[in-house]
Design a protein around this ligand. Structure first.
Ligand code: GLN
Length: 195
């Protein structure tokens, strides 16, 4: 199958590597522009989106990766990775940029100081009958969804926490740390279909 890249500048890229390895994918950690050569998809991990943005620019990775995403490279972002795929951040730190591609506006650290981390179960019919156990760690919320993006999951109060658009998938939570593999399988299907 195609090689799947994982942006490995910062954050929980090892957890994603473990899940993808377990699913039999060929994995490559991406740190330099040449690491993008030949990958069939890329995972953007959880971590700190403003730091990943800065490091990507420092390593000369920002523009080449943005171009690859614009050209249709499949990508799956979790938490900070979702922020990096959003077209707009409502409250980014000064100068913070995103790769974009998802027609959404996100708000970082959206769940408030008292409850920035919590767990819940989500019904996501696309992934089958068993609910997804979702762990949020200082996660973002999708504040608005444009016409080109599609909601995959929302909390009981309606706040959107998973979206997709074309070859792009984003979740505000972290399947890579809970033994939940269905998002990664769903993403690998997209990668294989795009190859
Ligand atoms: N709050 C972080 C950010 O803004 C995301 C947290 C996470 O990825 N767990 O990038």
């Amino acid at each position: 199958g195609p090689v799947v890249g994982i942006l490995a500048l910062q954050g929980d890229f090892r957890e994603h590597a473990r899940v993808l390895d377990g699913l039999g994918a060929r994995v490559r950690l991406v740190r330099r522009p040449e690491d993008l050569d030949g990958i069939g998809g890329i995972v953007l991990p959880g971590g700190e989106s403003s730091v990943m943005d800065k490091l990507a620019r420092t390593f000369g990775l920002f523009e080449p990766l943005r171009e690859r995403l614009r050209a249709g490279l499949p990508a799956y972002g979790t938490c900070a990775g979702l922020i990096l795929l959003a077209d707009e951040i409502e409250d980014g730190i000064a100068g913070q940029q995103t790769f974009g591609g998802l027609d959404v506006v996100v708000r970082r650290n959206a769940f408030g100081a008292q409850n920035q981390s919590f767990e819940t179960d989500l019904d996501i019919p696309e992934l089958g009958e068993t609910p997804v156990h979702a762990v949020f760690i200082r996660g973002p919320v999708v504040e608005s969804v444009g016409p080109d993006a599609r909601v995959l999951a929302a909390l009981d109060d309606g706040r959107v926490v998973a979206v997709e658009q074309g070859n792009l998938l984003g979740t505000a939570f972290h399947p890579e740390i809970t033994g939940e593999h269905r998002f990664h399988e769903y993403f690998l299907d997209t990668v294989r279909a795009a190859a």
